[in-house]
Design a protein around this ligand. Structure first.
Ligand SMILES: N[C@@H](CCC(=O)N[C@@H](CS)C(=O)NCC(=O)O)C(=O)O
Length: 234
């Protein structure tokens, strides 16, 4: 059986927008491993019963089933030690990057784009998403993102650790990307796929890094389908 990655999609199965799934698809590409996407939508938890899990990504690699993006990264390094490393045998250091990313980037990005997500969802997933996320934020999704343009400068300022790093290296991994880059990249792909909002200014070094990331692995990120008929790159 071909290697399979269960990934979150919209009503259009080619709109793949989960930040966590992007980590895993870039990690597979980094390892040079071919895989096919199994499109998965919110509310389809039954389809993940085989993995004893309720979220994506889930990787099926032959007999092996691995759920959770972090577990997938570790599994790939263990199972394919001769392919380029993701975590370089030091998963502990990447834990911090994951935590910083999730607490700073993902937590802010969701407050900038969450109201754009229902438009990409299938009819069944829409009410589930709107209700569950409104409950999480304690307010309707439009209120969560209200005034988002005014909040962009603070979001951009929070990325200063990235700018300081890119002043002396091309990637978080150094001269080559590694899993640290894929962790951070996932959040930007999430926004790119579902929202017209331009998170980064054109002359931002983070934007320059993002452009490099979009080109990796035969332009996997750049080729990704994004929502909106106009679909101008952002
Ligand atoms: N810690 C998990 C998080 C995965 C996760 O939250 N996935 C979301 C998609 S972005 C999901 O499947 N959510 C299901 C739901 O909200 O019902 C990982 O790193 O894989």
């Amino acid at each position: 059986m071909a290697r399979q990655l269960y990934e979150l999609c919209g009503k259009d199965p080619e709109i793949l927008f989960s930040p966590y799934c992007w980590r895993s698809r870039m990690a597979l590409a980094h390892k040079g491993l071919e895989f096919e996407t199994v499109p998965w939508r919110f509310t389809e938890t039954d389809r993940l019963a085989f993995a004893n899990w309720e979220k994506v990504p889930v990787l099926v690699d032959g007999e092996k089933v691995v759920a959770d993006s972090w577990a997938i990264a570790q599994y790939l390094d263990d199972a394919y030690p001769d392919a380029p490393s993701l975590l370089h045998g030091r998963p502990a250091s990447y834990r911090f990057i994951t935590s910083w990313n999730d607490a700073t980037i993902l937590a802010n990005v969701v407050r900038l784009i969450v109201s754009d997500i229902p438009a990409v969802l299938n009819e069944e997933a829409k009410p589930y998403f709107i209700k569950s996320r409104a409950a999480r934020f304690g307010m309707p999704l439009d209120e969560v993102t209200a005034g988002r343009d005014d909040r962009l400068p603070a979001f951009r300022a929070s990325l200063q650790p990235l700018r300081m790093t890119f002043a002396s290296q091309r990637y978080l991994g150094g001269e080559q990307p590694d899993y640290a880059d894929y962790i951070v990249f996932g959040g930007f792909m999430w926004a790119r796929c579902v929202s017209p909002l331009q998170l980064l200014e054109d002359n931002d070094p983070v934007r320059e890094w993002l452009e490099r990331m979009l080109d990796l692995h035969d332009g996997m990120g750049r080729r990704a389908r994004i929502s909106g008929a106009e679909a101008t790159p952002r």
